[in-house]
Ligand binder design. Structure first.
Ligand code: MG
Length: 276
């Protein structure tokens, strides 16, 4: 009986000792796991910084909380008129494009429009629709463009039964890369671009990283981090020249009454920097 009591007491003491020892808390991660290659963190490291919280848009395609809203359908105050030879150069005065009920529309012969703000690496959401009055063929049917940094054009064109050269059809990186597929909607329906743009990087005159462009159209992948050959040109091979790290976003006026709505952008600061 005595031995049994002693044994029971010992067992209770052991249990008590274990219960008082600091227990590793693995709820939030580990420090006894292998190191991740090239990183100062273990697998599941509890010290690894957590991404900040972003509130997503209320509906699919809605602007998340850290987006800069460039056009919400109500005013054109984020834009200026952009009279230039499509790329580089001067902006002047207010946009002359038409403001409709929840959309803006190209007014032919009034020039491109550009954002007042300049951007580098970014995520961009743009919705556009083609005129229901279908006129012209090929490049003259509903031509416009989303031109990142005023240089890198994602083509806007009527994608519905509109034969043209492949590297100039809707969703093409103009003059360089046709889209992988053509997820077209009809004229008058809203088409959606979601774009991730990695700006080119220069050290002095030297290009050290080209631009990379990812594009979804209507939720379908068109370009997966495609390397750009350089700023858009017509009937030539693109090439890079030194440029600012940030520059304006341009919407092209090709004299077709294309409409735009719901335009927002997120800066992707340090996008190509390794995690520390
Ligand atoms: Mg165009």
């Amino acid at each position: 009986m005595f031995l049994t009591r002693a044994a029971t007491l010992s067992a209770l003491m052991i249990v008590a000792a274990f219960s008082q020892a600091p227990k590793p808390n693995h709820d939030l991660g580990f420090e006894d796991t292998p190191m991740l290659p090239g990183l100062p963190y273990h697998v599941h490291d509890d010290r690894r910084p957590h991404p900040r919280v972003v509130t997503p848009g209320a509906e699919p395609g809605g602007a998340p909380s850290d987006a800069i809203v460039l056009f919400d359908g109500k005013d054109l105050s984020a834009w200026t008129s952009h009279h230039s030879d499509i790329t580089r150069g001067g902006t002047s005065g207010a946009s002359e494009w038409k403001l409709g009920d929840g959309y803006m529309e190209v007014v032919p012969h009034t020039g491109d429009i550009a954002t007042k703000e300049k951007f580098g690496d970014c995520q961009l959401h743009v919705e556009w629709s083609e005129p229901t009055d279908v006129v012209g063929t090929s490049q003259s049917r509903g031509n416009s463009g989303v031109i990142l940094q005023g240089r890198y054009e994602v083509q806007v064109l009527d994608p519905w039964d509109n034969p043209t050269y492949a590297d100039g059809q809707a969703g093409a990186l103009y003059g360089q890369w046709p889209p992988l597929v053509n997820p077209a909607r009809k004229p008058g329906e809203w088409q959606v671009y979601d774009i991730v743009f990695e700006a080119p990087k220069f050290e002095g005159e030297k290009l050290v990283k080209p631009a990379y462009i990812t594009v979804f159209m209507n939720g379908v992948l068109l370009h997966n981090r495609k390397e750009s050959l350089g700023p858009m040109v017509y009937r030539q091979v693109a090439h890079y020249s030194p440029q600012p790290a940030e520059d304006v976003l341009v919407l092209q006026n090709h004299n077709s009454k294309v409409r735009f709505r719901n335009i927002w952008i997120r800066r992707l600061q340090g996008y190509d920097q390794p995690e520390k």
